[in-house]
Design a protein around this ligand. Structure first.
Ligand code: NAD
Ligand code: GLY
Length: 352
């Protein structure tokens, strides 16, 4: 097991390793000694696989556990599910010393984190991510949110969890396409700031993911510690996301987030080479890496459509937008532009 201590506005540990879920009760007891009431929040897919193991571990440690299970999928990251979750918290009488356990992917984590941060003006939330994406990204760093009809993640708060437990054995039940989506985020960490990770990724890591996940978490730790509120270097985590969000939107979400981010990284790498910001060979390195993990590399949309869709995204600040472009293997930079330049940059990046 590897433990990464995060020292943000609140400090907590991220544990990464095999056979950790059955130890959930002991880990939590170190932070919030029982007896207490816990609300175990999860989706129906994850509930069928892991809710019993998690609940048993917690009950054995002396906690009272109530489950809240919702339908899996992004559609559940809604104000409707949030209202039901708040009502459940009140119905079972969770108090300020009780806690929420978020068992699942990024949807469970974002929704549970937001509900916990707002119920009684904030109770503790412990994250138990079960997708690769959630382990390397969403469970760490304190971004919580629900989607509104107008767009994804439009309503949320920053609220750090009290701890994160990544049991890598849970990844064995992930459908391959969902694992591949997480791989896009893992690859992203390599190009943002970890050349050695790029070397590790030359060999597929699915059978021994601990070291790779821990490296990603450590990089996220470093960015969050320096810029918790996302005004500066944390924005490097958006590599591939300006183009990626536009691709997701234009496909009406039929292209998944990870695949869209892969296309977005490719656009960013080709644009960076065209702008002579990085060496000529970098786009080919990115392309080979993405193909190794069965991720797409070609953008099916025009530069104009991409720019129009990207400008609907919440990351725009007035008339400027900060892109993330790779500068070298294992190094990316923030690249502020006028929004009027975006279409040209997507065209340089190889959009239709
Ligand atoms: P998800 O939570 O929808 O999980 C994907 C699917 O995998 C679901 O159907 C789920 O039921 C299933 N699943 C989860 N764990 C499983 C397991 N171990 N075995 C089998 N099936 C399993 O999606 P995700 O990709 O984990 O997360 C995406 C969400 O994360 C988006 O809403 C995105 O906005 C959010 N996100 C948040 C942050 C952040 O910083 N808070 C960062 C990145 C993404
Ligand atoms: N996933 C982007 C961030 O946490 O900032």
């Amino acid at each position: 097991m590897q433990t990464i201590p995060v020292k943000a506005s609140k400090s907590y540990n991220v544990h990464v390793g095999s056979k950790l879920l059955p130890t959930l009760g002991e880990r939590l007891a170190d932070l919030l000694p029982p007896p207490r009431h816990l609300l175990l929040v999860t989706d129906d897919t994850v509930a069928a696989l892991y809710a019993d193991t998690a609940a048993d571990a917690l009950e054995k440690a002396g906690y009272t556990v109530t489950r809240f299970v919702f339908a899996s999928g992004e559609a559940s990251k809604s104000t409707a599910t949030l209202l039901r979750l708040w009502d459940k918290m009140a119905e079972v009488g969770l108090s300020r010393t009780d806690a929420v356990i978020a068992l699942g992917g990024g949807v469970v984590g974002d929704l549970s984190g937001f509900a916990a941060a707002t119920y009684l003006r904030g109770i503790a939330c412990y994250m138990v991510p079960t997708t690769l994406l959630a382990m390397v990204d969403s469970a760490v760093g304190g971004k919580t949110a629900v989607d509104l009809t107008a767009g994804k993640n439009l309503c949320g708060v920053f609220a750090q969890p009290i701890g994160v437990l990544c049991d890598t054995d849970t990844l064995k039940t992930l459908p391959p396409e969902i694992f591949a989506d997480g791989c896009a985020e893992v690859i992203k960490y390599g190009y943002i700031g970890d050349k050695e990770l790029l070397c590790l990724l030359e060999t597929p890591f699915d059978r021994a993911p601990e070291r790779v996940i821990a490296r990603c978490v450590d990089q996220k730790r470093s960015l969050v510690e320096r810029d918790e509120q996302d005004g500066g270097c944390r924005q490097l985590l958006n590599l591939g996301h300006t183009g990626g969000h536009a691709v997701e939107l234009l496909s009406s979400y039929s292209i998944s987030h990870g695949r869209a981010v892969a296309i977005g990284m490719m656009l960013a790498a080709r644009a960076a080479a065209a702008l002579r910001l990085c060496e000529k060979g970098l786009p080919m390195h990115v392309e080979n890496m993405l193909k190794r993990y069965h991720l797409p590399t070609e953008c099916p949309y025009t530069a104009r459509d991409l720019a129009e869709a990207a400008l609907r995204d919440k990351k725009r600040r007035g008339d400027t937008l900060t892109l993330v472009l790779p500068r070298a293997l294992g190094e990316s930079v923030l690249y502020p532009i006028e929004i009027t330049a975006l279409e040209r940059i997507f065209a340089l990046g190889g959009a239709l």
